[in-house]
Design a binder for this molecule. Sequence first.
Ligand SMILES: [Zn+2]
Ligand SMILES: [Zn+2]
Length: 352
Amino acid sequence: MKKMKAAVLTEYRKVEWKEVDIPEISGNEVLVKVGYACICGSDQHVWLGEFHPRNPLPLIQGHEFAGTIVETGPEVKNFKTGDRVAVDPIIWCGKCPACLRHHYPACTTLKLVGIDLDGGFSEYMKVPETMLYRVTENISDKHAALVEVLSIGFHACNRAKVCSNDRIVIWGAGKVGQCILQAARTKTKNTLIMVDMIDERLAMAKKAWDDIEIINAAKTNAVERIRELTGGEGVDIAFEAVGHYKDIPGAVNPVRGCIQAIRGGGTVCVLGLSSEPSPIVMKELIWKEGIIMTSRVSHGEFAETIENMNRGSLRPDAIVTDILHPSMTQKGFEMLEEEPEKHLKIMLKFSE
Ligand SMILES: [Zn+2]
Ligand SMILES: [Zn+2]
């Protein structure tokens, strides 16, 4: 058995850089030599043990990664050795009520590579060809590894049906919020507002797109400021991408803030994975006959993301704060836990 190095979660809060077997491929599988991978917010939940017992240990994490095909199985039809690919990590069952209606992100047994089974924090990774998207020459390996997370922003925009003149607020300037911002900017030329409590994150967003408005909800009444910025009307669409939130006396919680920020007939799209209840007042939504909806992972938006990346309409580097050698994966998780204001997307560079 040929060996490779991988970042293995051997127990919760402990990743070890160690030698493991290179996976053997068969059928329609290919072997991908990983170029870059990224640490995601859900990887942090897994690392902390918050998804227990969903994920088995030891586990090779990583569902955001890209690389080059170095070997193909006998039944592979559409890809060849040397192709550069991004990997869509979603595995749906195809049989549950959601899948039968082609609503794959809502599959009752949805699995993700790198969470429910071994993923891309390794030098090589085996993947069925059905999960691959070819990456164009203009796109670097580094940017290719960001396709997955950016596609979550595109999926959220498609769920909420963002139109070219929509005014939008994105509540939460973390990894997900910044990806929604990137996707939203390709779709609307109108006002985009970002809300967060961490100035550094708002500054990152503003640095990438200086035509956006930013609001620190810990210092300013965010809903009032959004009303001011929209001539008293409110936004067409509000995305909530906070998840766990800190209660600040006098400040509204993010979901309720989004409801208060939309215009009559507007849409609130919730993405933040919070385990705590978010108190809302339904009357505030009903009076506006507003829509509240959710968005999870992505659904084929890899293609749209790659197309936009190829055209240069995204700024992938804006969300990356650190690039580490994969032997430092443990350190990467600690950095995200200890200094969330300093780090957004941490990338692991496996090969050039
Ligand atoms: Zn992710
Ligand atoms: Zn299903």
